[in-house]
Ligand binder design. Structure first.
Ligand code: CDP
Ligand code: CDP
Length: 226
């Protein structure tokens, strides 16, 4: 068929990227690519192999053994490493705690970005919603639709602590802040790059955020004559 429409979405933790992107993909009949899940899957893999994520050369040497698959059908989302289904395991705090160390290694980013571009180009869907931290700037800077999804730190922390009832809100907030800080040193996802549309979800509920993003996509497609 024709070239898939790429919708690139970036933003900090808790801005609603994953949940909103998946719903937007469903609404548009597009595929959904969760790039953060790949960084998490690599972190999980290293943990299982007993490799220290802080040792960049050890991590890079392990890349050829990292066999991951990610479901891009929004109705069939999964993450696998080898034969293990890690969809749930990659959300565990012990994974979240090391993922920024893995994500700061340039060779890791280049290696994963190549795979993301292959997944996007090869999708059987009419388009693909890809979300992460550097999709609008590095992975797909030429995408016809580029969105920065933001929300105040308070709103993002409140959403996260609602999800993780076993952890105290303060601990969740601190973990989220330090992860965003570490990630921000590697790629800028707090400021919209040139041509990127900001959607601030602070005062929007989930459905309103999905509608706002779908509207940005429709507007961009209309103005591109597509
Ligand atoms: O969903 P949440 O905001 O918790 O994070 P995620 O999207 O699952 O991403 C997990 C981690 O992967 C981030 O904290 C970053 O360290 C890294 N990441 C990245 O560096 N670049 C991306 N495009 C996506 C994620
Ligand atoms: O992927 P990211 O870390 O950016 O966020 P997420 O995991 O998709 O969203 C975090 C939580 O916020 C989810 O439970 C969403 O349903 C919720 N959310 C919300 O309450 N209001 C919004 N406008 C957007 C998301």
């Amino acid at each position: 068929g024709s070239t898939p429409v790429i919708v690139a979405i970036d933003g900090p933790a808790g801005s609603g990227k994953s949940s909103v992107s998946r719903a937007v993909a469903k609404a548009l009949g597009f595929a959904y690519l969760d790039t953060g899940a790949s960084y998490r899957a690599l972190s999980w893999h290293l943990m299982v192999r007993g490799i220290d994520a802080a040792q960049a050369s050890d991590v890079v040497a392990e890349l050829p053994n990292f066999d991951f698959r990610i479901g891009t059908d929004p109705d069939d989302y999964y993450v696998r490493v080898g034969s293990a289904d890690v969809t749930e395991a990659i959300r565990e705090p012990r994974v979240t705690g090391v993922v920024s160390l893995v994500a700061r290694i340039p060779e890791v980013r280049r290696w994963l970005n190549e795979r993301f571009r292959m997944i996007m180009a090869g999708t059987p869907f009419d388009g693909i919603v890809a979300e992460g931290r550097d999709i609008t700037t590095v992975v797909a800077p030429d995408a016809p639709v580029r969105i920065l999804l933001t929300a105040t730190e308070d709103a993002r922390m409140a959403r996260r602590s609602k999800e993780l009832t076993s952890e105290s809100a303060a601990a969740v907030g601190e973990a989220l802040r330090s992860r965003d800080k570490a990630d921000s040193r590697v790629v800028d996802f707090m400021n919209a790059a040139d041509g990127v549309t900001t959607v601030d979800s602070t005062d929007l509920d989930f459905e309103q955020t999905v509608s706002a993003v779908v509207e940005v996509v429709q507007t961009a497609r209309t103005s591109h004559g597509g």
